[in-house]
Design a protein around this ligand. Sequence first.
Ligand code: FAD
Length: 575
Amino acid sequence: MAKVDQDYDVIVIGGGINGLTAGCYLQKAGLKVLVLERRDEVGTFCSTQELLHPGAMVSVHANGLFSGVGPVPLDLDLDRFGFELLMPGPIVYFAPFKNSTALAWHWYDPNVTYDVWKRVNAKDAETFRTISKSVAPLLESGVAAEIFKMMFFQPMTDESFLQVQQLLDMFSAMVPVFPKDALYMTGVQILNEMWEDDRSKIFVAGWPITLAVDITSRIAGSTIILMMTALMAGAGIACVGTARGGSHNLTHALARCFVHHGGRLLAGCPVAKIVVEGGEAKGVALSKDAIYPEAEFKARKAVISNLSPYPTFIQLVGEDKLPKFAAVGGRNFDYRGSPLFTTWWVLKERPQWKCIDRFPEIDRGFSFNFGAESMADVLRMDEHVMILDTPPDPPVNLGYCIHTFCDADPTQAPPGQYNVLTWANVPTTIRPLGGPQKWDDIREDYGDKVEDSLSQLVPNLKRARIARYCDTPWDTWRRNPSSMGHMSSGYYGERQWWSWRPFAGCNAPRTPIAKLYISNSMGSISVTSLGGGYTCAKAVADDLGVKDRSWWVSQPGDYTKLFLQRIGANAKQIA
Ligand SMILES: Cc1cc2nc3c(=O)[nH]c(=O)nc-3n(C[C@H](O)[C@H](O)[C@H](O)COP(=O)(O)OP(=O)(O)OC[C@H]3O[C@@H](n4cnc5c(N)ncnc54)[C@H](O)[C@@H]3O)c2cc1C
């Protein structure tokens, strides 16, 4: 320890992308920051490894990077530190079905989305057009940026939730097809009321389900379904892509930025305890397995936990140091809803979609979902994940599976080879099968089921397969115990929604312990937008009265505009 300073202004526990983001902002603002990471490399859920085949880069967790929707890449000048967002083509998301139809979302030209939809269901295409005509101009005039800001880049308060509800009331008044009492309905009720065809409902519900939003709930379910609908109808808003070389490109850019500004980053340093005295966080102690066993570090001004609620409050702070409501909140945080079973393939041929002749648009699509052919499949999946605790059979892959992006970025696979990644929605604990460790026994069998299901849409999948790699929720848990085997968010339903995240009264990113803050995406809804780290850094800087923030000025939407310019694209209005 002789050469390691043990005294800092701010200590960040966990070098995930949100912890690094908070560290970068505060270090750049002139504070002395230490980031302590348990593993040998930072960015656990935003990493890329050569796991299954030489030259095939596997981004084991985050793949669809949302960082472009927010202010972080510009404020931190991440391009200068090597961050390069890439989009393989303009179709950001699509859903192929067994009867050789498909829906697709063009991210800046709603006319293409409409055209595709019309080939599947003319009535739903008109619904889409009506929505796009009414809400797109409003969204593009700054309302979309405002929504992103309220969701990701400021604390989720009662005030901001009221604002969101007022916005949605306004949309409901403006858009003839929006249900008028939407906020009193569940997400599923809204889907049923707005769309005729189950394929349209599945398409709209896919992303929210991956974010662990309970679409059978009121408030959370209805808000997100309406927001998703509006987002799809807007143009040039959903700036989501991969990064050159894989997702770790984002992590490495953040780490370089942090170190460049003088931050101290120590890997191999699991934190075992947050030191709390007199109701105030004072520092941390490392575990006996750390490279500096049981070392203590002092934090003069703030401790930021980038871990999820249970480890932060129950394991590191300890119930005896918490007010009762926080002990109850930390103990009972509901993680269900977002565990994923990942299957990666390296293919020696381009995947050939069965529906490609009728829907050529999807060929360069970025993300897709499959496996649900009707709403009954969606609800079957939900029942397995939330109630039965067994993996759905056949699997359902909702949300965004990633199509091959090797054309856009040849560094992610050897020449002539293609990567395909899918995520099946499954439970983590699988108690009826013997507990989460049983995933080790059923991994390959379940991978076969996913492969059979995708083969019905991509007939050359098995023939073209060079290698396959499956990653289970138990692997996720082992790699990152903070996640407890879950993806990112924790359950989003009525009882864990907005200002009630991670639990009522927490006041995230602040906490009931003075000088202790949280930045993990489970405390918010941020995924890779980097909003968890941004919001946390802002709260710390505000509380400390940090002045040096002249560079801290970008707004959600700024990067997206620049990105559109860079790729020579213009947001279009629907005809
Ligand atoms: C399978 C999967 C797929 C995903 N796909 C996407 C996607 O496509 N798009 C998207 O936007 N998001 C996706 N996500 C979610 C996204 O990866 C996360 O929301 C995001 O990376 C979380 O970052 P974070 O910094 O909040 O938390 P984490 O990455 O969880 O950061 C916590 C850090 O703390 C470290 N740590 C744990 N315990 C300790 C300890 N005791 N002491 C010190 N350090 C510790 C961990 O190693 C980790 O580095 C996915 C997640 C998973 C699991």
